[in-house]
Design a protein around this ligand. Structure first.
Ligand SMILES: [Cu+2]
Length: 497
């Protein structure tokens, strides 16, 4: 999306849609839904074709009222959405980062609602949580086939900031059927690197790594380090990595003002890929994590696990072209977009970097400080959860239990809940809690006043403690945001007593 025009287009299209609803014309042959509010907009889950490095690919899409991916809400605007399932198969879409009641969370696994059948619509209405969020299928492996899009809820402060908004959704892409990718993983062939299977121990320098001992001034992990050999990265052999559906062979070029200010809204919507964001010569200021404000933090390289979002402010120099790149961890492959001032010459950027990137870690997490932390009080209940599983057989779990046999973490309304996540496996796991945002309160046992967010990485041999207030009664999913880990069992529930 061209951010210069996005707001104007959004306003124009909502006006048109309002007229359409009044005239009683439903979306393409679908049964009319009862509009919950006059502001209800139609979001279409569709099949579409995109071009990936010169080859046509059939993928899913989530198309907003302006015909472009996703939804962009203005300050104070209600989340009033009719989701029209035009995919030809059943689906359900999770509003990742939003915290409505459990029946509007967009998941079927908790038993409140069924998936939306092909050709049907479902309405949603709630006051949205502000910030950079996203939406994605929570049904089978549809997320891998690009059923994912931005869900941006702007604030008045965003407007006052007078920055050009640039939203980037990252994804990993294969021309193959996602079911085939999963089948290869669970068969123990293809896709994954068997040389790591059964690797018994981490190198000494990574064991019991204390995040507080790290050099916080240096976020540049450009060189691949030997310590990566002790963990498993990148299970799936992808064909491409996408930024707003495009690769670096034909990247999105976004026109920006000379000496202008840009508000990057980065979303790692990839199913099984963590990235290092690389701003090149620019220094950025992180202002939010998973849509929640953090104390401003400067840097030019930032790790992002699957499901996570970062808001970064950039003050551009007088003129030129400025790539915003995302490099896959443990690999040279990268994707990105290019910010360019009018008339700037835009050079082609190779889709492979010179050096492989290090494993994504919690070096950024260790530095983030919540701007709006939880109130200080001790936890009423602490759950301890081991992250378990292996590459061979390819199955992931919590304390050895898959979703089929999961034991819910029980909480009571009003409690301050702490969960200590201990990684006992050879892969890192980005853990996502539905229905709540939590604060990261310890990394590897070291307390910190960390970011408030909804997805946190638990690195190999690492532990993370998170805390949240039990203020949204229901049954909620709590799972790894690596789609293949979730699909093979790495999902449990938080359930209110
Ligand atoms: Cu995982």
């Amino acid at each position: 999306m061209n951010p210069i025009f996005s707001r104007r287009r959004f306003l124009a299209s909502t006006a048109t849609l309002g007229a359409t609803l009044t005239a009683g014309i439903g979306a393409a042959g679908l049964p009319r839904v009862q509009a919950r509010a006059e502001t209800e907009v139609i979001l279409r889950a569709v099949r579409r074709s995109i071009d990936v490095d010169g080859k046509a690919a059939s993928v899913f899409g989530l198309t907003g009222p302006d015909g472009k991916p996703g939804l962009f809400l203005d300050p104070g605007q209600r989340f009033g959405v009719a989701l029209a399932n035009e995919t030809g198969e059943s689906t359900i879409v999770h509003w990742h980062g939003q915290t409505p009641g459990p029946d509007q969370d967009g998941v079927a696994d908790t038993g409140y609602v069924a998936p939306i059948a092909a050709g049907r619509q479902q309405s949603y209405g709630f006051a949205p949580r502000t910030g950079t969020h996203w939406m994605h299928a929570h049904h089978g492996l549809q997320e891998q086939a690009l059923m994912a899009a931005p869900l941006i809820v702007r604030t008045n402060e965003d407007r006052r900031r007078d920055a050009q908004e640039v939203t980037i959704l990252l994804h990993d892409f294969s021309f193959r059927d996602p079911a085939e990718l999963l089948a290869e993983l669970t068969k123990g062939s293809g896709g994954m690197d068997m040389s790591h299977a059964g690797m018994p121990n981490m190198p000494d320098d990574m064991e019991g790594m204390d995040m507080s001992q790290m050099d916080h001034g240096n976020m540049d992990h450009g060189a691949m380090s030997g310590s990566m050999s002790g963990m498993d990265l990148n299970d799936v052999a992808y064909d491409a990595f996408l930024a707003n559906d495009r690769t670096l062979s034909d990247p999105e070029v976004i026109v920006v003002e000379r000496s202008g200010r840009v508000h990057l809204r980065l979303i790692n919507g990839a199913t099984a890929t963590a990235f290092w964001i690389d701003l090149g010569s620019l220094a950025g200021t992180v202002i939010a994590a998973d849509g929640n404000p953090v104390q401003p933090l400067q840097g030019s390289r930032f790790p992002m696990a699957q499901g996570q979002r970062l808001d970064i402010l950039l003050d551009l120099p007088a003129g030129g072209a400025f790539p915003v790149l995302a490099q896959r961890e443990g690999d040279t492959a990268r994707t990105g977009i290019i910010l360019a001032t009018p008339g700037a010459s835009v050079e082609k950027i190779a889709s492979k970097a010179d050096q492989a990137a290090a494993a994504v870690d919690n070096s950024l997490e260790a530095q983030l400080v919540a701007a709006m932390p939880l109130t200080a009080k001790p936890a009423d209940v602490t759950h301890r959860l081991g992250l378990t599983g292996s590459m061979a057989p390819y199955q992931w779990s919590f304390d050895g239990k898959t979703w089929k046999d999961h034991v819910p973490l029980t909480v009571k309304a009003g409690q301050r809940v702490a969960i200590e996540l201990v990684n006992r496996s050879m892969m890192a796991h980005p853990m996502h809690l539905h229905g709540h945002h939590f604060q990261v309160t310890a990394l590897n046992g070291t307390p910190l006043p960390g970011a408030v967010r909804d997805t946190v990485l638990v690195p190999v041999n690492g532990s993370v403690t998170l805390a949240f207030d039990a203020d949204n009664p229901g049954r909620w999913l709590f799972h790894c945001h690596n789609l293949y880990h979730m699909a093979t069992g790495m999902m449990t529930a938080v359930a209110y007593a």
